[in-house]
Write a protein that binds this ligand. Structure first.
Ligand code: ATP
Ligand code: MG
Length: 294
């Protein structure tokens, strides 16, 4: 049974073409909800997700692609772990996007994600995604060199053309039955520092520390600009970006789960109906089974 959703999803939704000032967006939990309540909501949504995934599988005509983008230590991994904890692993794939290998880099930038797209009935989660091509690659244009791009478009036009390509790609997916659900986990610079310090100070978190993360933190402003433009130009009615406050992990997880469950419920999936003819076949199969000696 679909449940009513606790969070106001509109509040997190980026409208197509609307400019975004990330410094004005909240990074913390709504103070009208307590941590205990959010945990209860998350639990309900984890159950709803388990149910809707079964329906997605039974219906077999739709697929779901969840994309998570964020600065380091914003909590992408933990969000995936908690939100998908009730989902049948056979119906869900997670794929992380690192720097492309020598083969991948010589293909167009939307070649790599294709083989990880979800089949009908499946959920795929992209932990980072092709959006890195308008984020890390934009902040560090040296990543463009091995891509051997044609001379034009270049400069600002290159990013504009990539936004267009992405929108066309996601429209294509949507028209062919894949729902694209995109989250930007919005962590503050202050909270990121705190999380990095935890990784340095707590021995059991040392393994999480990566020197490159501090280097990238030095480009915070450039990343914010790149994210803002990405949000403005690649939010569409069918596949809007949701900007989720990420300084309070319990809040992030509850809101993400609530939105994914609602988006899948909105597909109004039904288990396949059994025709009279098929029912007769099933009854025949039953008779045969019952007629066995054993
Ligand atoms: P975690 O740190 O939680 O394990 P992560 O997603 O940060 O997860 P890393 O291995 O630390 O994983 O980082 C992957 C790196 O690969 C990121 O810095 C990302 O920006 C980079 N990357 C992803 N796609 C591209 C790309 N197309 N070109 C260049 N770099 C990319
Ligand atoms: Mg990392």
């Amino acid at each position: 049974m679909p449940r009513s959703h606790r969070f106001d999803h509109d509040k997190f939704t980026t409208r197509p073409g609307k400019s975004v000032d990330l410094d004005k967006q909240s990074t913390t939990a709504d103070d009208r909800i307590t941590k205990a309540d959010a945990k209860k909501e998350l639990e309900k949504d984890v159950n709803s997700l388990s149910e809707v995934q079964r329906l997605l599988w039974a219906d077999g005509s739709r697929a779901v692609l969840v994309i998570l983008q964020a600065m380091d230590a914003a909590g992408k991994d933990g969000t995936i772990r908690h939100v998908m904890s009730g989902v049948n692993p056979q119906g869900c794939d997670v794929h992380g996007f690192k720097a492309p290998n020598a083969d991948e880099v010589l293909h167009d930038f939307l070649w790599r994600p294709r083989k990880f797209l979800p089949a009908k009935g499946q959920i795929a989660i992209f932990n980072r995604s092709y959006y890195e091509e308008v984020l890390v690659v934009r902040v560090h244009p040296k990543f463009l060199e091995p891509q051997r791009l044609p001379p034009e478009p270049s400069g600002k036009d290159l990013w504009k053309s990539r936004f267009k390509d992405i929108v066309a790609f996601e429209d294509h997916l949507t028209r062919n039955g894949t729902s694209v659900i995109k989250f930007f986990l919005n962590v503050s610079k202050k909270e990121q520092k705190k999380r990095f310090l935890d990784r340095l100070d707590e021995p059991d978190k040392n393994w999480k520390f990566n020197d490159a993360d501090i280097r990238e933190r030095g480009f915070w402003k450039d990343y914010r600009k790149a994210y803002e433009e990405m949000l403005e130009h690649t939010s569409t009615d069918a596949a809007p970006w949701y900007v989720i406050p990420a300084d309070d992990k319990w809040y992030t997880r509850a809101v993400v789960a609530d939105i994914i469950a609602a988006r899948i419920e909105s597909l109004k999936l039904q288990p396949p109906t059994v025709s009279d003819e098929r029912r007769a076949e099933l009854s025949e199969a039953r008779k045969r089974l019952m007629a066995e000696d054993a």
